[in-house]
Design a protein around this ligand. Structure first.
Ligand SMILES: NC(=O)c1ccc[n+]([C@@H]2O[C@H](COP(=O)([O-])OP(=O)(O)OC[C@H]3O[C@@H](n4cnc5c(N)ncnc54)[C@H](OP(=O)(O)O)[C@@H]3O)[C@@H](O)[C@H]2O)c1
Length: 269
């Protein structure tokens, strides 16, 4: 029997990119879904696609997670419908590849709100019924940027370091309650992320192809890691080696190289 028979997964940022691919994998494996993002039209089209292909029941929530009240609103709406969430996937997020001083303050505070505050509040809200039931799974989409400071994308890297730290800590706290946590840490992945983070999409070919991951593959690996209870999943051999290299390299060298890499990403990837 497939993983998700009779179960419901909530996926944020499901309208495109990695979140959309995660929705496809969960639906293919028998889960019903609750999907969240601002682009309600895209979520509704996804719901129709998943129903037609897999018979998936999909509940759509058009929510802006940079709004402080969004997580509580979403939780209440699902409670009112009597819907239990078996799997929470905190995937919604965005970056900004620009010097800190040149970045609009509103963009910085929205990034912290979506990548950190909303993720944390959703986790707190939805973990409670999972703990009461004695089972549940939570995936937080972090990044390879979680492992080092990222000059040129300082706030983004800091938000993702938070996500990894929180996930690892809670994986220990929640173990006795039967709730698993997984931090999915992709490297550069071909989605709308680059365009949103830089306004560009790699026109100058600054990033070699072997560094670009496929969103479908990232989602599949995330789904498997979640179900095998893996706490930290780094996607792609190049990035796995990179993360290992950083463990044995002075932090001063790592952050200097990371700053050079961010510069290369200013034109997108
Ligand atoms: N692509 C990469 O290279 C890469 C690498 C490492 C980690 N990641 C992480 O992977 C996750 C998914 O990103 P992606 O690459 O799939 O990028 P993407 O194609 O830009 O998708 C981002 C998703 O997040 C949603 N989102 C953004 N802001 C939101 C808001 N204020 N409220 C609600 N939803 C919001 C977007 O939906 P709407 O616009 O419809 O709201 C969209 O569904 C992010 O957490 C990102 O940091 C990406």
């Amino acid at each position: 029997m497939s993983h998700g028979y009779g179960k419901t997964a909530l996926i944020t940022g499901a309208s495109m990119g990695i979140g959309r691919e995660l929705s496809l994998v969960f639906a293919e494996n028998g889960y019903d879904l609750v999907v969240v993002a601002r682009s309600k039209d895209k979520l509704e089209a996804l719901a129709t696609e998943l129903y037609d292909e897999f018979g998936t029941t999909v509940t759509v929530f058009g929510q802006d997670l940079s709004t402080k009240t969004a997580p509580a609103k979403l939780f209440k709406a699902l409670q009112d419908q009597g819907l239990h969430i078996d799997v929470l996937v905190n995937n919604a997020g965005f970056g900004s590849f620009k010097p800190f001083a040149d970045t609009a303050r509103g963009r910085i505070t929205d990034m912290v709100q979506v990548n950190v505050a909303a993720l944390t509040e959703l986790l707190h809200l939805f973990a409670e019924p999972m703990i009461a039931k004695g089972e549940g799974r939570i995936m937080n989409v972090a990044s390879v940027a979680s492992f080092n400071a990222t000059p040129g994308a300082a706030v983004y890297g800091a938000t993702k370091a938070y996500v990894l730290s929180l996930t690892e800590a809670l994986s220990e706290e929640f173990r006795e309650h039967g709730v698993t946590l997984t931090a999915l840490c992709p490297g550069l992945t071909e989605t709308e992320f680059s365009k949103n983070a830089t306004g560009k999409k790699g026109e100058n070919g600054s990033v070699p192809d072997f560094m670009k991951l496929d969103a479908k593959q990232v989602a599949k690996e995330g789904f498997d890691a979640l179900h095998s209870g893996e706490v930290v999943k780094v996607n792609g051999i190049a990035y796995q080696l990179g993360v290992e290299w950083m463990r044995y390299t002075p932090r001063s060298m790592v952050r200097a190289m990371s700053g050079m890499f961010s510069k290369q990403l200013e034109d997108g990837f």
